[in-house]
Design a protein around this ligand. Structure first.
Ligand SMILES: [Zn+2]
Length: 134
C-alpha cells in the first residue's frame, strides 16, 4: 500500500476523533487509504498511546455486529442518516455527500448520500467535520 502523508486537516480530525473516544479501529473508516497501523503510528507520533484503547479481537462471524459507539457527534450523525439516503460509489453525483461510512473492505461500505452543494463534496453536517479549524 502506498504511503500517503497526513494532511493538516486529517491530523486535526484524528485528534478530534481520539478526543471524542474513537479507537484507532473505529477511525479506520474515517480515513480512506489509512490502515489501523498507520493511525496508531500517527497517534504515537502525536504522543498518544493508541494501544491503550485497542479492543480485543473478536472471534466468530466476520460480519461486524452492531455495537454501541462512544458518544461522539460524528458517530451520532452517521448513525442517524436515513438508510434510503445512503449511496454506493456508483450512486454518487455532484450533489451527493461523499462522506465515507464503514470499512471500504466490507460490502456494507457506502457514502452519506445527503444533499451537498455542487461546489462542496459533503452535506452541511459532514462539511462541519471536514473543514473545521481549531
Ligand atoms: Zn453527509
Amino acid at each position: 500500500m502506498a504511503k500517503r502523508s497526513w494532511s493538516i486537516d486529517e491530523v486535526e480530525l484524528l485528534k478530534k476523533l481520539w478526543a471524542d473516544g474513537f479507537s484507532a479501529e473505529d477511525m479506520v473508516s474515517q480515513f480512506r487509504g489509512k490502515t489501523r497501523n498507520a493511525i496508531c503510528g500517527k497517534l504515537r507520533r502525536l504522543g498518544i498511546d493508541a494501544t491503550a484503547r485497542l479492543k480485543p479481537k473478536r472471534h466468530g462471524p466476520t460480519i461486524r455486529p452492531t455495537r454501541p459507539r462512544p458518544v461522539a457527534e460524528l458517530a451520532i450523525i452517521n448513525a442517524t442518516l436515513p438508510p434510503n439516503q445512503l449511496r454506493k460509489l456508483q450512486g454518487l453525483d455532484e450533489t451527493t455527500c461523499r462522506w465515507p461510512l464503514g470499512d471500504p473492505r466490507h460490502d456494507s461500505f457506502c457514502f452519506c448520500g445527503g444533499h451537498a452543494p455542487v461546489e462542496v463534496p459533503y452535506c452541511s453536517a459532514h462539511s462541519s467535520f471536514a473543514y473545521q479549524r481549531s
